[in-house]
Design a protein around this ligand. Structure first.
Ligand code: NAD
Ligand code: UDP
Length: 336
């Protein structure tokens, strides 16, 4: 089937493009390169031996999106990755986040209706859950985002839910990602944030290759086994497969309606677990210091992955060691 990936040159989109292409689907990618590089297109080709059709467009440009659909009337479904994703930046530039992350969805739904494309998978996040929930998080846990980025995810979820309610012939799948890390085993695709990383694994990788001196661990007095924050890290290659499984469930079942799935492993690891695993697997490369808590962080956050397993047949397979190894491998290949 022909699948459109908005933001398909980004971290998760590029791995999903590979997975879909390896399963025999045709992939069209639309990306404005605001947080990715054109070289990724060639890397996808190197891995799969196949070419994805690429449009360098902004999804907020309705005419350009219309033209893409005009030229690809047989698009079966859309996986909507495109969006800004940095929490801190969203606090500093809320309008930029609301505009990009919401207008892109409005445009997509308008154009999909015009061209009779009825299937959409949306990149949501565990950040839509209220911090007051008890772990593990099930899909029916209370919602409540605490920053503009998280609110764009939550608003998009509401928009898509309301849209599907009055358009029951549409299939909408919300995928709530926990903490995606790792990289493709080829070492060609991975996460390459601009500037100093905010997230744990990209920061650790930059310390490991000597671009940063040491890791600051944000707090060791959380209510966790070793005092450092606990999260549910999932390998991006596993995560990518869950997108293909969502699309293939729609293909297989015809109509699935509105669905929400957590994508995590169900296992929580602390910051110290991650640093220790990274050093064990890659050599003793990462020094750390205990620093103050980062505002807004919670003690622990991990998924119940049961629903995705039952309904999508999805189970994360890759280990923490594989996540640490592949992340470092990619960082070494892309050393500045
Ligand atoms: P990413 O920044 O690597 O990829 C997003 C891609 O979208 C980039 O290639 C960027 O150039 C493109 N893009 C952004 N705005 C666009 C626009 N208006 N038009 C066209 N292209 C546009 O991010 P990622 O980590 O691959 O995340 C993909 C999606 O998953 C995002 O929506 C993100 O919010 C969500 N998500 C990510 C994480 C994570 O930790 N990485 C966690 C939960 C949810
Ligand atoms: N973290 C840290 N130092 C860093 C970056 C993150 O100690 O430089 C911690 C953070 O406090 C949290 C965990 O690592 O407990 C995961 O943080 P990340 O930003 O990767 O993901 P999120 O907080 O969005 O789940």
């Amino acid at each position: 089937m022909k699948i459109l990936l908005t933001g398909g040159l980004g971290f998760i989109g590029s791995h999903t493009a590979v997975d879909l292409m390896e399963r025999g689907h045709d992939v069209v990618i639309a990306d404005n390169l605001s947080n990715s590089k054109i070289e990724v297109l060639d890397k996808i080709k190197q891995i799969t031996g196949k070419e994805a059709k690429f449009y360098q467009i902004d999804i907020c440009d309705l005419d350009a999106l219309d033209k893409l659909f005009e030229e690809n009337k047989d698009i079966f479904g859309v996986i909507h990755f495109a969006g800004y994703k940095a929490v801190g930046e969203s606090v500093a530039k809320p309008l930029m986040y609301y505009e990009n992350n919401l207008i892109s969805t409005f445009n997509l739904l308008k154009v999909m209706q015009k061209y009779n494309c009825k299937n959409i998978v949306f990149s949501s996040s565990a950040t839509v859950y209220s911090p007051k929930n008890v772990m593990p998080l099930t899909e029916d846990a209370d919602l409540g985002a605490s920053n503009p980025y998280g609110r764009t995810k939550l608003f998009n979820e509401h928009i898509l839910r309301d849209f599907q309610f009055v358009n029951p012939d549409y299939d909408v799948v919300l995928l709530r990602y926990f903490n995606p890390i790792g990289a493709h085993e080829s070492g060609l695709l991975g996460e390459d944030p601009n500037g100093i990383p905010n997230n744990l694994m990209p920061y650790i990788c930059k310390v490991a290759v000597g671009e940063l001196d040491h890791l600051n661990i944000f707090g060791n007095d959380y209510k966790t086994k070793d005092g450092t924050g606990v999260r549910d890290y999932i390998h991006v290659v596993d995560l990518a497969r869950a997108h293909s499984l969502s699309i293939e469930k729609i293909i297989r079942e015809g109509r699935i309606g509105f669905k929400v799935y957590n994508l995590g492993t169900g296992t929580g690891y602390s910051v110290l677990d991650i640093v220790n695993a990274f050093n064990r697997v890659n050599g003793d490369l990462v020094k750390y210091e205990i620093a103050a808590r980062r505002p807004g962080d919670i003690d622990e956050c991990y998924a119940s992955p049961k629903l995705a397993e039952e309904e999508l047949g999805f189970k994360a397979e890759k280990t923490l060691d594989e996540m640490c190894k592949s992340s470092y491998q990619y960082q070494k290949n892309n050393k500045k």
